[in-house]
Design a protein around this ligand. Structure first.
Ligand SMILES: O=P(O)(O)OC[C@H]1O[C@H](OP(=O)(O)OP(=O)(O)O)[C@H](O)[C@@H]1O
Ligand SMILES: Nc1nc2[nH]cnc2c(=O)[nH]1
Ligand SMILES: [Mg+2]
Length: 165
């Protein structure tokens, strides 16, 4: 969760769809890809959009959870990538790994080691983790907390005047 002196970047479904499509456009010229690996849970939505735009039918997931200081990278793998995707990579298949954002780069570092030859793409990137990704759309400052559409709801805000409407 973010802390009070951080900037916040709320992303609506409409904006996230546009940015994920923009990522698909950027990746189109680097394909064709034989499979996409979504990093759950944040990578599931952008991976679905990119898979649809690039007509990738083999969709795999790796479940990663960030813990504070559980181990040096702070990342625990809850569900591994399935064997067929490793086979595909071994036979020279082009694998695309998708996540919603890279922050410190710890998640990307752990997943990249599983598929070293894969193309790693995120929709958003913060400076610290930027060098871990091959393609991203928008950089946000390190002290920004991104709120994704699935984390948000439409809420009432009081009138500027402060009166009751
Ligand atoms: O570059 P890092 O510092 O590793 O941070 C980026 C990761 O953190 C978030 O996932 P989180 O671990 O919060 O789990 P979730 O995707 O299931 O929400 C985000 O979806 C990235 O996967
Ligand atoms: N929602 C969200 N999760 C994160 N995990 C690491 N950085 C972020 C961020 O800025 N927003
Ligand atoms: Mg994640």
């Amino acid at each position: 969760m973010s802390n009070p002196n951080q900037k916040s970047f709320p992303v609506t479904w409409d904006q996230f769809h546009r940015d994920s499509r923009a990522l698909a456009w950027r990746l189109a010229s680097l394909g064709p890809f034989d499979a996409v690996v979504a990093i759950a849970r944040g990578g599931l939505v952008p991976a679905a959009i990119v898979a649809r735009e690039l007509n990738i039918r083999t969709v795999e997931t790796v479940a990663a959870k960030s813990y504070d200081h559980q181990n040096q990278s702070g990342i625990k793998i809850l569900k591994e990538i399935s064997q067929p995707v490793f086979e595909l990579a071994k036979q020279g298949g082009k694998i695309l790994i998708v996540d919603d954002l890279v922050d410190t780069g710890n998640t990307a570092r752990v997943v990249r080691e599983m598929l070293p030859g894969a193309h790693f793409a995120t929709v958003y990137a913060k400076p610290k983790g930027r060098e871990m990704v091959d393609t991203f759309i928008t950089e946000v400052s390190q002290d920004t907390w991104i709120f994704f559409p699935w984390d948000l709801d439409v809420a009432y805000v009081a009138p500027i005047s402060g009166g009751t409407d």
